[in-house]
Write a new protein. Structure first.
Lengths: 297, 273
């Protein structure tokens, strides 16, 4: 390849291009086999490993442990609340930011890019500080607005901590939902609204009977994506609460991580992460099949 | 009436923008406060005096080293991602072959796998291969997450280049290879840049693997370094926030320019932009 001249590059590609397209795919196959399939297989294998050989022991222990069901419930709350709020806020903001308006790009930049671009760890520590019971700005603002009377220990009390990490996650995650809904809104033909206006249809009716039906496939795909991302999302909870207090904010992934690297229970962690993987796999397969079907339409 | 409506819209959007930007603004303000201001009760919103001491402190703590570690891992991940993604994405975008559809499906499925499922296997594999505590190991561990998205972004790019361009070039006497090198490749450069930057930002902000595979402090990246300030009982907010502000700058700049490509990659083109 060196020195990198056009004829060198060209002859390199010539040798490749004359063979079937399959050769082009080889790099992807290598990643797929060595860096995806093989690690997944090792994890799967590890999840059956016990001191007395291979057995279902790790899974039995997992499903016998009441903590597992608590964490499963936590994950359910974390996902349902985060995704639900991101859907409502995301769609609402997409509708607002879809209005023709001067300076729209600036609003889009601040509202839709800033939280998304902030590194996970930075978002986590910024929120952790805002939630500080004594010096945190969150309590101060809520008291000033008269919403609470006394300062609350946001990350110290189980239910508040659940709420706190969900709020932080909604802040971090709503922009991408909003962007996807914004893109979806732009696929709705404008003349439909004009026709609606002539017929004297109200704004709500336009939304309900024109916008919503046309963007519903996009809503479905976006919600499924956010569900998967939220199940997988690790750094925020890990940094803000470490899963505490009393496992109140532990989800499948934070618990699996600590099981491995705090408690050194690799096999137990492998069983839990295999379980998580299977949950995601179901969503991912349904999502991609739906996506490819839509693409073919 | 219409004017009033527009002003209300501006007002609402400004309030929302303020609320959304607030955590970040607060981060910057706190990083410029003196300790008496940070731990002032009741809290004060505007610093009584602006100080750069936390920035100085973080830089004296060898921040440059972690910055360089992050830079090396980020650039390495970006280069490897491009090298791996370039040819498959060209095939997926412009050639037809048997098994294309299931392979495309596998790309979409793979990019959704939870990171936590890979954390133990890579640990075990890296320990065996002596890749623990190496930057190369970190780069490799990021590839399962950056290459599928990279292939997808680049595929969209190759697909978007009209086939007539190649044909026209060939009519003008170019060979197919010359057409690729002269016409298609230069047109895909923005896509390659988007993929490189996506991979860089992914590595730049990644926490779980960085905490797990880099036990010695001098190899650590910025996110892992920042967690050192988050203690179980006491957190040193000043330097933590100064470091956080610096760490946020590269991704903020990148996202302003490449948000569209990132979105199409992340969603598998669920929505055509």
């Amino acid at each position: 390849m060196w020195p990198l001249s056009e004829s060198n590059v060209a002859s390199y590609f010539k040798s490749l291009i004359q063979k079937p397209a399959f050769l082009f795919i080889i790099p992807y196959f290598l990643v797929l086999l060595l860096l995806i399939a093989y690690p997944l297989y090792t994890n799967f294998y590890q999840s059956f490993q016990t001191e007395s050989g291979l057995s279902l022991e790790n899974y039995k222990n997992l499903f016998k442990n009441p903590l597992f069901f608590k964490i499963l419930g936590n994950t359910g709350i974390w996902v349902a609340a985060s995704v639900g709020l991101q859907f409502v806020i995301g769609l609402g903001l997409a509708l607002l930011l879809n209005q023709p308006l001067k300076g729209r790009a600036i609003f889009r930049g601040i509202i839709l890019v800033l939280p998304w671009a902030t590194p996970d760890i930075v978002a986590a520590v910024a929120w952790k500080w805002m939630y500080n019971d004594m010096y945190g700005v969150f309590n101060d603002i809520l008291v000033r607005l008269g919403l609470i009377n006394t300062y609350l220990p946001w990350l110290g009390q189980p239910n508040l901590a659940k709420l706190a990490v969900i709020i932080a996650n909604v802040w971090k995650g709503f922009p991408i939902s909003a962007m996807l809904y914004l893109a979806a809104l732009q696929t709705v033909p404008k003349d439909l609204y004009e026709a609606g206006s002539i017929d004297g249809v109200s704004t709500w009716q336009k939304f309900r009977f024109i916008t919503l039906p046309l963007i519903s496939p996009f809503i479905l795909t976006t919600v499924m994506l956010t569900v998967m991302w939220t199940i997988n999302y690790f750094p925020l909870i890990f940094t803000m609460t470490g899963g505490g207090p009393a496992n109140a904010t532990d989800t499948l992934v934070t618990f699996a991580y600590r099981k491995a690297f705090r408690f050194m229970d690799f096999s137990g962690s492998a069983a839990l992460s295999t379980f998580t993987f299977l949950v995601i796999l179901v969503f991912a397969v349904v999502y991609t099949r739906y996506l490819l079907r839509e693409e073919e339409k | 009436m219409r004017k009033i409506k527009i002003w209300i819209l501006y007002l609402v959007l400004s309030i929302i923008a303020l609320i959304v930007a607030f955590p970040f603004i607060w981060l910057v303000i706190t990083s410029l406060k003196t300790y008496p201001d940070i731990y002032h009760f009741p809290i004060i919103y505007w610093p009584s005096e602006v100080t750069w001491e936390h920035y100085g402190y973080v830089i004296r703590l060898d921040f440059l080293r972690y910055f360089l570690n992050s830079l090396v891992i980020g650039i390495g991940t970006a280069v490897l991602t491009i090298v791996i993604a370039a040819l498959p994405s060209y095939a997926f975008g412009r050639l037809s072959f048997r098994g294309k559809r299931p392979l495309l499906l596998s790309i979409l499925v793979c990019q959704m796998f939870p990171q936590v499922t890979f954390v133990i296997p890579f640990f075990v594999i890296f320990r065996r291969l002596g890749l623990i505590n190496t930057h190369l190991g970190m780069m490799i561990s990021y590839l399962p997450f950056t290459t599928p998205i990279g292939i997808w972004i680049l595929r969209n790019f190759f697909q978007g280049i009209p086939g007539e361009l190649e044909e026209a070039a060939m009519i003008d006497g170019c060979t197919p290879i010359q057409a690729f090198v002269r016409i298609i490749f230069p047109l895909a450069i923005p896509g390659i840049a988007a993929v490189a930057i996506y991979a860089f930002i992914f590595a730049w902000g990644e926490l779980m693997f960085a905490l797990s595979y880099l036990p010695s402090q001098e190899m650590q990246t910025i996110p892992a370094f920042l967690t050192l300030f988050v203690g179980q009982y006491q957190t040193r907010w000043g330097p933590l926030f100064a470091g956080s502000v610096i760490a946020s700058l590269p991704p903020l700049i990148a996202f302003i320019f490449f948000q569209r490509q990132f979105i199409s990659g992340l969603t598998g083109g669920a929505i055509k932009q």
